[in-house]
Design a protein around this ligand. Structure first.
Ligand code: FE
Length: 471
């Protein structure tokens, strides 16, 4: 029996032919899509438990965000515009994140998930870069929230096993001098012995990977090149193989800080971290040889356009990666850098930005851009068999976008409209794993209301900013 039938939508399948089915329908049984086709063919043959009338809206795959951060959402608004990467990282993000207690991490996760759901996201990859491994309670509090959110998450378990060298320490000390009132945590606050952090991540994967009815995943996540040992990268990749997951790291977000005589991509190839289980965030300062290494090894990239613009780290060579066959998904990165966790907002800026940068309107076409938040993002996180398109046999992760707005009218091509005109708030309904988690903009998965979470987040954020010493 069909559990759920979506009717009367413009179904953007994202299948191999990128078909759009006008007046289309999707039938769902349990957690799977069992049929996709014209409403007039599908509807008469089904007796669904529940029908959702898309009413002419775009029916799209639930969006996949392959690179993001969660807890620092409470620091939104405390980021002065003229900070570069290290200034923001060491004067804002780290002090703020370390000042948060367990309840604040859970509140941040709730706020994050509500925004993500309202933006049409059904899967996100969190990079938790500030982990103190002697206490799992902040992690577990967030994983509990993700379970209740109804959407899918990958928790990237941050690994730091190398202290900064003296040159870098001096640089950070100089940068921290800008904010003398901020309570700066020690630079080595997150450094762990390699074997210890590997054992912790191994145990976390054993405990939580595949929980929440399979919606929750755990990956090893070496934070950045300069705070990871060769052995740390090797062990992270081995853990990914052992547990049949992927691993992710920030790479070449600001190559100068990585302080290597060889490129970071070449270094990662040498230590054995490149391959089909690796997803590299950023890859901004890389050259054509690096791009070839990524393609040859089947390594995926999470492009974080808005974060790169906001921190002025540069334009990643995305068109070159795409031309060379590298799988690229679009991430929102820190919500305080893109200011949202809304992929449709970022994809619009990204698609136009690369055209302007290259003085070439043909780079990153609308279909390619939309692929980067759906089918290609799913491939980048190793889930292309189950996520990213609306096809029979895939998991039922679906969003419906209301197209009945002046700024989306006329709409002859829904993919073009979704990339270049939609802003994200038009997402009306979200289904994940066959369950409705938002209908008519009302989030149904959480017991708490959006309004109550917004007011708690506002109060808590103000207190956090004061406690940390931001002005
Ligand atoms: Fe990041």
């Amino acid at each position: 029996m069909t559990d759920l039938l979506i009717t009367n939508g413009r179904v953007v399948t994202q299948d191999a032919d990128r078909r759009v089915i006008e007046d289309g329908a999707i039938a769902v049984e349990d957690d799977r899509i069992v049929a996709v086709g014209p409403t007039e063919e599908l509807a008469p043959a089904r007796d669904p438990g529940r029908t959702v009338d898309a009413d002419g809206g775009a029916v799209i795959p639930g969006l996949v965000n392959p690179h993001t951060h969660v807890s620092d959402i409470l620091l939104r608004g405390s980021f002065a515009e003229d900070r570069g990467l290290l200034d923001w990282l060491y004067n804002v993000k780290r002090p703020g994140a370390l000042a948060m207690d367990v309840d604040e991490h859970a509140l941040a996760a709730t706020l994050y998930c509500m925004e993500a759901i309202q933006s049409g996201v059904t899967t996100f990859v969190e990079n938790d870069t500030e982990v103190l491994w002697d206490d799992w309670s902040p992690i577990e509090a967030k994983l509990d929230v993700y379970d209740r959110s109804g959407i899918r998450n990958v928790y990237g378990a941050g690994m730091v096993d190398r202290a900064a060298d003296t040159t870098f320490q001096k640089l950070v000390t100089d940068i921290q001098a800008r904010e003398e009132s901020v309570d700066h945590p020690p630079l080595d606050a997150f450094v762990e012995d390699t074997d210890d952090v590997v054992a912790e991540v191994d145990a976390l994967i054993e405990s939580y990977h595949g929980t929440a009815g399979g919606r929750q995943s755990i990956w090893p996540a070496p934070v950045v090149v300069e705070t990871t040992t060769n052995r740390g990268f090797q062990a992270a990749y081995e853990l990914a193989e052992k547990h049949d997951v992927m691993t992710t790291a920030h790479v070449a977000e600001a190559e100068a800080q990585e302080q290597r005589s060889i490129s970071s991509i070449e270094y990662l190839r040498n230590v054995g971290y490149l391959g089909e289980r690796a997803l590299l965030g950023h890859c901004v300062q890389i050259d054509q040889r690096d791009v070839r290494l990524l393609a040859e090894t089947g390594t995926s990239v999470a492009h974080n356009y808005m974060a790169n613009m906001r921190l002025a780290t540069g334009f990643a060579p995305v068109s070159s990666m795409l031309d060379t066959g590298v799988t690229v998904g679009l991430g929102t990165d820190n919500s305080i850098l893109s200011d949202t966790v809304n992929p449709l907002g970022d994809v619009r800026a990204m698609a136009s930005g690369h055209k302007g940068y290259h003085l070439d309107a043909s780079v990153v076409p609308a279909q390619t851009a939309f692929d980067m938040v759906t089918v290609d993002a799913a491939a980048a996180i190793g889930r292309q068999e189950h996520l990213g398109s609306l096809e029979t046999g895939k998991l039922a992760d679906i969003a419906i976008v209301d197209l009945d707005y002046p700024h989306l009218t006329p709409c002859s091509d829904p993919v073009f409209a979704l990339v270049h005109a939609a802003q994200g708030f038009e997402v009306d309904t979200v289904i994940c794993d066959g369950n409705v988690v938002m209908e008519d903009r009302e989030i149904t998965s959480f017991e708490v209301s959006v309004e109550s979470v917004l007011s708690r987040a506002t109060r808590t954020a103000a207190d956090l900013v004061e406690r940390t010493g931001f002005e």
